[in-house]
Design a protein around this ligand. Structure first.
Ligand SMILES: Cc1ncc(COP(=O)(O)O)c(C=O)c1O
Length: 444
């Protein structure tokens, strides 16, 4: 609304948003946002009346779908009663959510530290690991994203780190993961673990506080580890007294067809971090789960950390309601049931479109990797670039009613977990048409 009560047009919203606010991750002259009015279920609606199927759950976080009144009402009720109280106090929501998460975290993890979002959850997990072990270094993987605060940007291994290394944070050691790009594919668990063990030995295990990893890697390509890898990492970390931090900011809350990705392999980390799907992104909230032996350290040692908005009542209310929706609507089960349906769509696209080089999904965490040639498997867009073809694919999807996350040569297929088979088919039909553009750009 303007001050005169007249609603702004889509053009005005976009123009003023661009002029007066700074957008994330882009040169401002290249920014081209959609003017969104509202969103419901798996769809979002533009101020200009257009509709898009949300095939990435925004930033892979709106797990329950948009506009669920069970959550918005809970936030409103909390806002009426107690919108804010300092993190030094206790309130009902804190008690309820703490107890709830103790029942959902992997293994015997019971204690939770609530943060604002994913990055600070990771910052705190690393601080905790350093405090508890008294060690300095942290292992992280090149193909990873852990957030964009200073510390988490330095843990991040992907090229988003490069412009931020002014200077790099001391003590971070990046390692390879089992995946090596579309051309080389995945190592088996044994090979990946042997390389990891060698790195740990050469670095000096007694100097390493933690290994942080995304159990199923998100924006670096939905990388599903070979069976045995995560169990092997767990064993290596235990053997060397290294804390295993599972960054489940994106992979948690049913996305993979389990509450947490580590559950697929029966692995219990020392620390687990999460955000996004915890509230289904309806309000900011992150969380760090601490295994009992980690939490026990703070019985008599001060936890040196805290932010004004930690354990914020509005985020907590959103989380209680959103987690309840996941349970009531069996969305973890829906993601699991739709896993083979998504896989069949991916397979059908690969059978029809030679530009689909690799594809995979676990639950509703999916990706299509586009290539220039099936023979060489060279990616359709160079590393760390979104070339003209990928931009055209993206534009086609938007123009035809589907919004998703396109990165380098990757098309992400990560809809809200409440999606049904017909809606899934609707999305893949639009992607099917867009892939003609990719096919036409392949090398002869
Ligand atoms: C795996 C992972 N870790 C951490 C983060 C950072 O979370 P946030 O943006 O909530 O700080 C993200 C965000 O995309 C993520 O995907």
């Amino acid at each position: 609304m303007t001050t005169t009560g007249t609603p702004l047009t889509a053009e005005q919203i976009i123009a003023d948003s661009k002029r007066y606010t700074l957008y994330d991750w882009q040169a401002q002259s290249k920014v081209s946002p959609l003017a969104i009015d509202r969103a419901e279920g798996v769809y979002m609606y533009g101020v200009d009346g257009r509709r898009w199927l949300d095939f990435s759950s925004q930033l892979m976080g709106v797990n329950i779908g948009h506009g669920d009144k069970r959550v918005t009402d809970a936030i409103a009720r909390q806002a009426e009663k107690l919108p804010y109280i300092s993190p030094f106090q206790a309130f009902e929501g804190r008690a309820v959510l703490g107890r709830k998460l103790a029942g959902l975290w992997p293994g015997n993890i019971e204690k939770t530290f609530f943060t604002l979002a994913g990055a600070e959850a990771n910052e705190n997990a690393v601080k905790i690991a350093k405090m508890v072990t008294g060690r300095q270094k942290v292992l992280a993987r090149y193909r990873s994203y852990h957030g964009s605060t200073y510390g988490t940007m330095m843990l991040t291994g992907d090229p988003r780190r490069w412009p931020n290394e002014q200077p790099p944070m001391p003590g971070v050691v990046h390692v390879l993961d089992p995946y090596h790009g579309p051309q080389r594919g995945f190592d088996d668990a044994e090979t990946a673990l042997a390389l990891l063990e060698e790195t740990i030995e050469l670095e000096g295990p007694q100097t390493i506080a933690a290994f942080i990893l995304e159990p199923v890697t998100g924006t670096n390509g939905i990388l599903i580890p070979p069976d045995g890898y995560l169990q092997g990492v767990r064993e290596l970390c235990t053997r060397h007294g290294i804390m295993l931090i599972a960054d489940e900011v994106m992979s948690g809350w049913g996305r993979t067809g389990a509450w947490f990705a580590v559950d697929h392999w029966g692995v219990v980390p020392d620390l687990i971090t999460t955000a996004k799907g915890l509230t289904s992104s309806y309000a900011p909230l992150g969380a760090v789960g601490l295994a009992p032996h980690v939490a026990a350290y703070f019985d008599d040692n001060v936890f040196w950390g805290g932010l004004t908005y930690n354990t914020h009542p509005l985020g907590v209310a959103a989380a209680i309601a959103a987690v309840q929706v996941i349970e009531d609507d069996d969305l973890v089960g829906n993601a699991k049931r739709l896993e083979p349906v998504m896989q069949a769509h991916h397979e059908a696209l690969a059978a029809k479109h030679p530009s689909v080089g690799r594809y995979r999904n676990i639950g509703l965490f999916g990706i299509l990797e586009l290539v220039k040639s099936r023979e060489t498997m060279e990616p359709l867009s160079p590393f760390n670039q979104l070339n003209d073809t990928m931009q055209q694919v993206n534009r086609f999807l938007i123009d035809n009613g589907l919004a998703t996350f396109i990165r380098w040569w990757n098309v992400m297929t990560n809809p809200p977990l409440c999606i049904d088979e017909a809606q899934l088919a609707e999305g893949f039909e639009i992607i099917d048409r867009a892939l003609d553009i990719a096919d036409a750009a392949m090398e002869d």
